[in-house]
Design a protein around this ligand. Structure first.
Ligand code: AMP
Length: 115
């Protein structure tokens, strides 16, 4: 996919302005437009990978990087102690809307209604 046709590539490329809570060579993070919890952050690889199902061997390191960023952001957001959820919807049955791999970092309330 052309990076111009992917909304999350465009955010990563700073083509669409969205304040970044985290930014390095491989990963960035920004707030979800439609928050489902007091803290709802999306963490993405800058490389275009459509979903978990499209990860290639050389991409798995990106998932570890994302887990590290999630831990850091949870601490910065003050949700680490009470707990949080990190999840990625993969393809249609999971309700994936944006076809660029992303992890939702959710916290700040009880999340029992989200499986
Ligand atoms: P998913 O259903 O896992 O694909 O989630 C996609 C998420 O991206 C939804 O929670 C949307 O609210 C969010 N979203 C879509 N476009 C944007 C955007 N431009 N900036 C921030 N969040 C977005």
């Amino acid at each position: 996919m052309d990076r111009k046709d992917c909304i999350f590539c465009r955010i990563a490329d700073r083509d669409i302005p969205s304040p970044l809570l985290y930014d390095d060579e491989y990963v960035c993070a920004f707030r979800d437009l439609n928050p489902k919890a007091p803290t709802h952050i999306l963490i993405i690889p800058k490389k275009h990978v459509a979903s978990l199902a499209e990860l290639e061997e050389e991409d798995f390191e990106l998932v570890a990087r994302i887990a590290r960023v999630a831990k850091q952001l949870a601490e910065e957001e003050g949700i680490a102690e009470k707990g949080y959820r990190l999840l990625s919807n993969c393809r249609a049955d999971a309700g994936q809307e944006v076809p660029h791999l992303h992890f939702h970092l959710l916290g700040g309330r009880r999340l029992s209604d989200i499986c």
